[in-house]
Structures are given as structure tokens and as C-alpha cells.
Design a protein around this ligand. Structure first.
Ligand code: AMP
Ligand code: ZN
Length: 136
């Protein structure tokens, strides 16, 4: 289903023009309008899913297959030195558009960008408690 008030539904389905790199019946891949680096792209499913949790399993698998194909093309055509896949779910994680999207961010030596976190230093007991919380 498409969501009437969702901008990425409109872009994915061609109702709003975009710089499209790839399209098939289920997905559109576009250039991000506020790119982190040259070639920053977004993989958008045409069916609305607000985030990863709402995305059907087959679409999640296909999004990763597309990331692999397009990532390889970026290496060949843009000669990027690296590639980050970023996928934000929820405001706390930085999601600003509530339609699942997978960022493909080509990286270049000294591109001045960073996708980093400050590493914590949990004890073995703390790690074990977290592990139990997740798996039990
Ligand atoms: P996120 O913070 O993960 O929700 O990422 C949203 C991304 O969508 C940002 O990188 C924006 O630059 C990008 N964006 C927002 N609106 C558009 C648009 N109309 N066309 C292309 N990219 C967009
Ligand atoms: Zn949508």
C-alpha cells in the first residue's frame, strides 16, 4: 500500500521526480538531495513500510541484494574507496522520513565525513546481562 502523505511513497512511485539510478517493479534507487558524499543514494521500496520492522522479509532481503549490486557499481563508476550502509529506525536513531530507506554512502579517503560512535566499556557481567535480556 502507498501512503498518501508520504513523500518517499510519491518519489518511489514516480509521482515526484527524482534522480533515479535504478528502478524495478518493487524498488527505486535515487540520489539523496542532501548527500553526505558524492553518489549518496537511497534504496526505496515502492510499497510503504515505515521502518525496518514493518518491511516484509522478502523486501528486506531484496534491499540488501540491491545494496550489493549498486555498491559494486559505485566502486566501478565513482571509484569510491569505501561504502557505508546506513539505515535509521526511529527518531532516536536519526530517522527523519518515516518510509524505510537504506542509505548507500560511498566513501572517499579524506572525504571529511564520519559515521562513528564513541565505544563504551561494558564489563563482562554487563555484556552478559544484555545478552540474556535480548535472547531470553
Ligand atoms: P533519514 O535521516 O535516515 O530519515 O534520512 C532521510 C534522508 O532523505 C536524508 O539524507 C535526506 O537528505 C533525504 N531526503 C529527504 N527528502 C528527500 C527528497 N525529496 N529527495 C531525496 N532525498 C531526500
Ligand atoms: Zn511511504
Amino acid at each position: 500500500m502507498r501512503k498518501d502523505d508520504c513523500i518517499f511513497c510519491k518519489i518511489a512511485n514516480g509521482e515526484i521526480p527524482s534522480k533515479t539510478l535504478y528502478e524495478d517493479p518493487e524498488f527505486r534507487v535515487i540520489l539523496d538531495l542532501g548527500p553526505a558524499t558524492k553518489g549518496h543514494a537511497l534504496i526505496l521500496p515502492k510499497e510503504h513500510a515505515g521502518d525496518l520492522y514493518e518491511l516484509p522479509e522478502e523486501s528486506a532481503a531484496k534491499a540488501m541484494t540491491l545494496a550489493q549490486k549498486i555498491g559494486k557499481t559505485m566502486v566501478q563508476k565513482l571509484h569510491c574507496d569505501g561504502l557505508n550502509l546506513v539505515q535509521n529506525n526511529g527518531e532516536a536513531a536519526g530517522q527523519t522520513v518515516r518510509h524505510f530507506h537504506l542509505h548507500l554512502i560511498p566513501r572517499y579517503v579524506n572525504d571529511g565525513q564520519s559515521i562513528n560512535w564513541k565505544p563504551g566499556k561494558p564489563s563482562d557481567e554487563e555484556l552478559e546481562a544484555i545478552r540474556k535480556t535480548i535472547v531470553q
